[in-house]
Design a binder for this molecule. Structure first.
Ligand SMILES: O=C(O)CCC(=O)C(=O)O
Ligand SMILES: [Fe+2]
Length: 382
């Protein structure tokens, strides 16, 4: 283990125990990089790359044959759309044709840079065994809920040529993410969550730029906000903590797989982010309340609709995730090995459920079962 920076740990040869990662990385919300051991056996690391070729190139023929007819989301890195890039859809075959042309054309000399991002390949294709989730990231209330309810999950594939990039952002809900490089190299720039106000102050802009590197005094600013750069090579996995600002650039042709998720370690952050986003929405449309019916139900529904668009989830969705996580751990689990930090799960779920039951924003959304769940949690959580 190497501590390169207060907020960044590297486990290159020797992997940490589950509890070490849980207590020293995930709970204190630090970033970390795992060596390529974790992905060595993944099928995609063999099948998606051209093993006959020393330069370890992408096996376009294999990918096009297997996934060519799927429709994929593609972002144009040369244009801006709010704090992201404009999105289009195309057939995967078309994207492969574009990518091959980009490479032939001297790495896209005078071509636009298109980045295939947020592809739900596990859901879109019949086979889903091309990678496996490392145990460190298994405690995952979000994707567990998506699986149980059979709704769209937060598991993605990214593919892009040299120079494709994701602008500076914080992940959806302020969730954790882990990202594994199947092939290629990425450069990450990360700014800890607690430095974001300081960063805005230093650059004197209310809105953050897409790319911190355009700032003339970028190195000094990075140091002042305790930010850091990480180069991630093929096979390595990076853990992105909750609420960190980050931007990512593909330094070569790159394919990666990533998940967004939350669990006991960042549940309270997600809850606070939801309440802050709700507060923003409520303030934004407070004038409409008087025109709607007396008990405010219609207005509340409108708040939740806007919240879903603006934040990605609403009160109902969050509450259902909490219920599902409690049910799975208290009532459906027959073997506690499945949830190695179960005691911590119970403590955190109890804390959040208590807050929800006392919060007037949730008063119409909770039901008797939630109180029963709280009683059950009282028995098992210290
Ligand atoms: O690889 C990228 O382009 C972006 C990945 C990212 O932002 C993430 O995993 O959170
Ligand atoms: Fe991200």
């Amino acid at each position: 283990m190497e501590l390169l920076h207060d907020n960044f740990i590297i486990y290159s040869e020797q992997l940490p125990s589950y509890n070490e990662f849980y207590n020293n990385v995930m709970k204190p919300n630090k970033a970390c990089l795992f060596g390529s051991k974790l992905t060595e056996q993944w099928k995609c690391r063999k099948e998606w790359t051209d093993n006959n070729d020393d330069s370890n190139r992408i096996n376009f023929d294999y990918l096009a044959k297997k996934y060519g007819n799927l429709i994929v989301p593609v972002y144009n890195c040369n244009r801006k759309h709010f704090n992201s890039n404009p999105k289009n859809e195309m057939l995967f075959n078309e994207y492969v044709r574009y990518w091959k042309k980009f490479i032939e054309n001297d790495n896209g000399e005078s071509m636009e840079i298109l980045y295939l991002k947020d592809w739900h390949l596990v859901q879109d294709s019949v086979d889903n065994d091309f990678y496996s989730i490392p145990e460190y990231f298994e405690s995952d209330y979000l994707n567990e809920y998506c699986r149980d309810k059979q709704i769209t999950d937060f598991k993605f594939v990214y593919m892009g040529p040299t120079g494709s990039r994701t602008p500076l952002h914080i992940d959806v809900f302020g969730s954790f993410s882990w990202s594994s490089n199947i092939i290629g190299t990425k450069r990450w720039i990360m700014i800890p969550d607690y430095s974001i106000d300081r960063l805005k102050q230093l650059i004197g802009w209310d809105e953050l730029p897409h790319d911190l590197k355009i700032l003339p005094n970028y190195p000094e600013i990075l140091e002042k906000v305790q930010g850091f750069e990480v180069i991630q090579q093929a096979g390595e996995i990076i853990f992105v903590p909750s609420g960190y600002l980050h931007q990512v650039e593909n330094l070569t042709n790159t394919i990666s797989i990533n998940h967004n998720w939350f669990n006991a370690c960042n549940l309270e952050r997600i809850f606070n982010n939801l309440l802050n986003a709700l507060n923003d929405v409520q303030n934004e449309i407070k004038d409409l309340k008087v025109d709607m019916n007396d008990d405010g139900e219609e207005w509340n529904e409108l708040c939740d609709k806007i919240l879903t668009i603006h934040f990605g989830m609403n009160r109902q969705y969050f509450l259902e995730i909490i219920r599902n996580s409690i049910d799975n751990r208290l009532f459906r689990s027959s073997n506690s090995n499945k949830f190695p930090q179960q005691q911590h799960d119970f403590e955190c779920l109890k804390k959040i459920l208590k807050k929800i039951l006392l919060n007037e924003n949730f008063s119409k959304k909770t039901n008797d079962n939630d109180w029963k769940n709280l009683e059950s949690l009282e028995k098992v959580a210290n």
